[in-house]
Design a protein. Structure first.
Length: 495
């Protein structure tokens, strides 16, 4: 996370307003379409957490986990809509990080972007690691080899022009969405109609074996700390704004539809699992393909090779999430570099507007995962993911605080406003505080706090010792002026 460079970083040319703008070889290409933006965010948020990781949350809360997902959806909605409203007004590079630099301070913009880069590196590594596991389910190859294979795949996709990247991510995310829709349709049929071999259980599973909340209502709060990270990835709505053809219109649609789809998918899917599979059995899932709650449901239908079908779906889900997070990480590094908060070479882009150096550096977590798997070293990867947990909560909180300042200045979105405005943002902050409070009852959250606070301290020391002297608010203001002009130009063309 060093911000030093062997050569002085060139100051971008002056803008007419006296600020600084990115030179031509640092500009991103505005090539992402309306549908691609929504699917990129969906691709990051709809990962393996739904397909394989739901068992842990069910174990905490039992059937009442449905409430945890519903509450999580409300919190995630405040984040997505607040971020979407700001991004529709200011479709700047660096997304929420640049917004925090403008509305809070350059320090908070710096910290949020570096923390989110850590998030993307960790999530990319985790999802590619998962891809390696899923591949080894079919092929007798070591997991580390599968990691390298899929690392090469997402590297190739991200190095292509952003329009091509968007098209591929659209396809990958569509496969996941179709799979979830099929699961919902099949599941509802089994719940309310049934088959000759499996009579319809109805909603009896929601209250069987201890009632709706067998572990008490406090368990819903604890499960929320697991559930919330299923919504990780909605931040991409803000980051993609800088490469959208029509940012104001695209962000408006994506912010609304993405959170509705995610809430619908998560709540309904988990409800179906609880109705069809005894919750203690679903909670005992070990995180592998054979014990996935989704496989248990398909087994009840008598689908041949249910595990293989689910394996294919979760592999595509993991690949899509890894692909989207690598994209996000490279754009974070690009924006930091353009604002002189990271080495200068990270700001350079190809003629197609692709930040190749940022993409390569953002693969560092994948290389670490492959090395650990190859050498048999354990434990380090779990610590990395603990930092990810803490970092994403911090980023979400900064998004909501930035929004409160945004609205207090009398500014609103270009195309839509979050219902409830500041009051909704405060609700979201209270929800995030409740999630973080589980640090006192969950060991993994305690680790998240310890390692996350350590990462913040290191980043803060680097900022005040090395980076602060490079900060020039003119860079931030020029980025806003450029983005606002682009938004107005797009609106004019659309009109």
């Amino acid at each position: 996370m060093s911000t030093s460079s062997s050569h002085p970083q060139p100051h971008p040319p002056a803008s007419p307003a006296g600020g600084a703008i990115a030179p031509d070889d640092s500009r991103l290409a505005r090539s992402l379409s309306h549908g691609q933006i929504a699917m990129i965010a969906m691709g990051s948020a709809l990962g393996t957490g739904l397909f394989l990781g739901s068992g842990e949350a069910i174990g905490y809360a039992g059937p009442a986990v449905i409430l945890a997902f519903a509450i999580g959806s409300v919190i995630a909605a405040t984040i997505a809509l607040a971020m979407g409203e700001m991004a529709s007004r200011h479709p700047v590079r660096g997304g929420f990080g640049t917004l925090a630099a403008h509305y809070l301070s350059p320090y908070w913009g710096y910290l949020s972007r570096w923390l989110y880069w850590i998030v993307t590196v960790g999530v990319t590594a985790a999802e590619v690691f998962a891809c390696g596991l899923y591949l080894s389910y079919w092929l007798p190859i070591p997991v580390w080899a599968g990691i390298l294979i899929f690392a090469a795949v997402i590297l190739g996709i991200n190095l292509s022009a952003v329009g091509s990247f968007g098209a591929i991510e659209f396809i990958l995310s569509s496969v996941k969405v179709i799979a979830v829709v099929v699961f919902i349709l099949v599941g509802l049929f089994l719940v309310f109609v049934g088959t000759d071999g499996a009579p319809a259980p109805g909603l009896a599973g929601l209250t069987a074996d201890g009632g709706f909340a067998p572990n008490g209502w406090a368990a819903v709060w604890i499960a929320l700390s697991v559930v919330m990270f299923s919504f990780g990835g909605i931040e991409l709505l803000s980051i993609t704004a800088a490469e959208a053809k029509d940012p104001a219109r695209s962000i408006k649609t994506a912010a609304r539809t993405t959170i509705v789809r995610l809430a619908f998918f998560y709540v309904l899917c988990i409800g179906i699992v609880i109705c069809l599979v005894p919750w203690r059995q679903a909670a005992a899932a070990g995180g592998d393909v054979e014990t996935s709650p989704f496989v248990m449901v398909f087994d009840q239908v008598g689908v041949p090779a249910a595990a293989s079908i689910t394996n294919a779906v979760v592999l595509i889900a993991a690949l899509s999430a890894a692909n989207a997070n690598l994209y996000a990480g490279s754009r974070m590094l690009h924006s930091l570099s353009v604002d002189r908060l990271a080495p200068a070479f990270l700001s350079r882009t190809t003629r197609g507007g692709v930040p190749t150096a940022g993409i390569a550096i953002s693969l560092v977590g994948v290389l670490v995962a492959a090395t650990l798997q190859f050498t048999g070293v354990g434990g380090v990867f779990g610590y990395l993911m603990s930092v990810v947990v803490f970092a994403v909560i911090t980023v979400w909180a900064l998004i909501l605080v930035s929004y409160i300042v945004f609205r207090r200045r009398g500014i609103t979105g270009a195309t839509f406003r979050m219902p409830g405005g500041i009051a909704s943002a405060v609700v979201g902050l209270i929800g995030l505080a409740a999630v973080f409070a589980t640090v006192f009852v969950r060991e993994s959250m305690m680790l998240a706090a310890v390692f996350g606070i350590g990462a913040v301290i290191v980043a803060t020391i680097l900022y005040f010792a090395v980076v602060r002297s490079r900060v020039d608010r003119r860079d931030i203001e020029a980025a806003f002026a450029e983005a606002d002009a682009m938004r107005e130009g797009s609106a004019g063309v659309r009109a």
